[in-house]
Design a protein around this ligand. Structure first.
Ligand code: GAF
Length: 385
């Protein structure tokens, strides 16, 4: 991939100086879904699928972008960065805009981008692009930003230029990932701990529905607002409550259920998921992967029936492995409405499962089912020869 982006860069910008190359990975999340923007916990990790950026300074103030995935270019002046009608430049330009708003002087540059994070598969290709861009600009212009500052600029870029009011999980995982470790991140204090993820003879299998989720299709933002509404109702009685992190089921029963059943359902899922993650982390520390797996199935149920961010295809894939003794946990992953399921499965059972599922999936939905065995890798870095 690194060579591919370098070749593209050299082809598109033959007169440019030799570029820096940055790798920023996609992510998985073991448990803790839709908890980040509720100031709960998440348990993500960076994976072996990544976005690569090649970048070099220009002598003028122009920003030249090229995306290998689309074989498309986009040019804009550094003092006229704005949301583009094309989708892909926004994840890059949003970061430029955020850095400029922080007072950094971003001059002209040429950038080529490519990667093997499947797009719209719930593996956070967009966060990987944003983090790769922030990392690249930080290196190129010597901005001196910390990793956390880059994460925050990248997250804000998603809010402003992509219109998705995401939490911090995806950008954090892409930037802070550590090989063979998951990150237990407290999304309120932003304190985090690495936890070794030892699966022995199990693997992480991702099954891609090939249903492209569109988070900005407002359902994601709507869920966030519903959580905020629930908190506002509880706060009328408990002034110290700041987010669903502080809310109990009793509070929801008392102050949300009488007002709105749908909002109650959404909030209940989140409150339970925050607790489930904490229990799941204990399982992990005790080496009880099976107990953690059971919780993943329960998370799926909550996401599907209470938070309602699943879809038929995701439900089908989780149902299909539910009673398989070789699969100890499975659920939809990420924002939802499509993308991948994450499965913890015995390594020697993968082929049989995938060979069985692919034709069934095709028959049911007339779509292809893709699969990836994910390994946990380091977060964003400068690629050095
Ligand atoms: C998306 C968002 F970008 C994350 O912040 C997170 O909320 C996730 O959905 C759901 O857990 O990936």
């Amino acid at each position: 991939m690194k060579n591919q982006v370098l070749e593209q860069f050299n082809k598109i910008y033959p007169d440019a100086p030799s570029p820096l190359i940055i790798r920023s990975p996609g992510r998985i999340n073991i448990i803790g879904e839709h908890t980040d923007y509720n100031e709960g916990f998440v348990l993500p990790a960076a994976i072996d699928k990544a976005i690569y950026v090649a970048i070099a300074k220009r002598d003028d103030d122009e920003i030249h972008l090229y995306a290998g995935d689309y074989n498309e270019s986009h040019v804009v002046n550094a003092d006229a960065v704005a949301i583009s009608e094309k989708h892909w430049p926004n994840y890059i330009l949003g970061v430029v805009d955020q850095l400029q708003k922080k007072g950094f002087n971003i001059g002209g540059f040429s950038l080529a981008i490519d990667g093997d994070v499947p797009l719209g598969a719930g593996l956070s290709s967009s966060a990987a692009v944003e983090c790769a861009t922030a990392f690249a600009l930080n290196e190129l212009f010597g901005l001196g930003l910390t990793k956390l500052e880059m994460v925050k600029r990248a997250q804000k870029a998603e809010h402003t230029f992509a219109g998705v009011m995401c939490g911090i999980m995806d950008q954090f995982a892409s930037m802070f990932g550590k090989k063979d470790n998951v990150i237990q991140l407290d999304c309120r204090s932003i304190e985090y701990e690495y936890e070794p993820f030892e699966l022995k003879d199990y693997k992480i299998l991702l099954l891609n529905t090939n249903v492209k989720h569109s988070l900005s299709s407002s359902a994601y933002n709507e869920r966030r607002q519903q959580c905020e509404q629930g908190v506002a109702w509880v706060r009328e009685y408990h002034k110290d409550v700041l987010s669903l992190r502080d809310v109990t089921i009793q509070m929801l029963n008392d102050h949300v259920l009488p007002k709105d059943e749908l909002i109650y359902k959404r909030c209940k899922y989140v409150v339970e998921e925050i607790e489930r993650l904490l229990q799941g982390c204990k399982d992990l520390q005790e080496g009880d992967i099976k107990a953690l797996g059971k919780k993943m199935f329960r998370t799926h149920e909550g996401l599907s029936k209470e938070y309602e961010v699943s879809c038929e295809e995701l439900d089908f894939l989780v149902d299909a492995v539910k009673d398989n003794p070789d699969v100890i946990g499975a659920r939809m992953m990420g924002g939802g409405f499509g993308g991948c399921t994450i499965n913890i499965i015995k390594e020697d059972a993968i082929d049989e499962l995938v060979n069985k599922l692919k034709p069934l999936y095709k028959q049911a939905f007339d779509k292809d089912l893709d699969h990836y065995i994910a390994s946990i890798e380091d977060g964003a870095s400068l690629v050095i020869d």
